[in-house]
Design a protein around this ligand. Sequence first.
Ligand SMILES: *[C@@H]1O[C@H](CO)[C@@H](O)[C@H](O)[C@H]1NC(C)=O
Ligand SMILES: *[C@@H]1O[C@H](CO)[C@@H](O)[C@H](O)[C@H]1NC(C)=O
Ligand SMILES: *[C@@H]1O[C@H](CO)[C@@H](O)[C@H](O)[C@H]1NC(C)=O
Ligand SMILES: *[C@@H]1O[C@H](CO)[C@@H](O)[C@H](O)[C@H]1NC(C)=O
Length: 176
Amino acid sequence: MLSSVLVLLSALAGLTLADTFNLYAYGDGIGGLPLHYADGAAIISKKAPANATNSDVVSFTTSDGQLVGNPNTTSSDPPFSNTVLFIPGPDSSSDEVGFLNASATAPDDEVTSKFVWYGHFLLVENDAGELTSLFSVQKSSDDDEEYALLWNTTDSDSSSGEFISVSMRSVAPSTD
Ligand SMILES: *[C@@H]1O[C@H](CO)[C@@H](O)[C@H](O)[C@H]1NC(C)=O
Ligand SMILES: *[C@@H]1O[C@H](CO)[C@@H](O)[C@H](O)[C@H]1NC(C)=O
Ligand SMILES: *[C@@H]1O[C@H](CO)[C@@H](O)[C@H](O)[C@H]1NC(C)=O
Ligand SMILES: *[C@@H]1O[C@H](CO)[C@@H](O)[C@H](O)[C@H]1NC(C)=O
């Protein structure tokens, strides 16, 4: 099992990151799209997400095991600040990854502090102590390269399409 291998290796999985970093999604046909904040939603997109009032690429730092996001662009009127990445918990009815107000207490069904690095790969420790990566996006017929980031989807979650598994990494795609 991949997950048990990852548990064995987890002792080696230290934080190998710069102080601030961006997250990028990689998957079949998805070659490293940066993660954006878009009105509280976690969107991976080549360009600024459509229809969002407050959005930007997220620049992350880690604090107490949480991933704290601020806009990647400096502004005197930032569209958001100190927002915390969450994934829906095992009992959540939602499969959308999103952001919380860092000053607020996370609801029970939103997980903010179980992130673990395996090299540059972002993983999540589940209740059994296994390291998992259950990120995905829904396949789209648009070619706008904009997707909501999802967690732990099953095929029955969608009547309209398939999901593409993605990994979330802290390294940008190479530009050559
Ligand atoms: C943005 O809004 C337009 C008009 O309502 C809609 O057609 C389009 O699908 C929306 N785009 C996204 C990415 O939600
Ligand atoms: C974030 O900002 C840095 C410069 O401050 C820039 O080099 C980098 O490309 C930006 N990241 C994204 C994903 O736009
Ligand atoms: C994924 O969802 C299933 C129910 O659909 C749940 O039983 C399982 O615990 C979830 N796993 C994680 C890691 O959230
Ligand atoms: C977060 O909560 C604090 C305190 O309630 C509030 O002042 C701040 O505006 C909130 N930030 C966002 C981004 O909602």
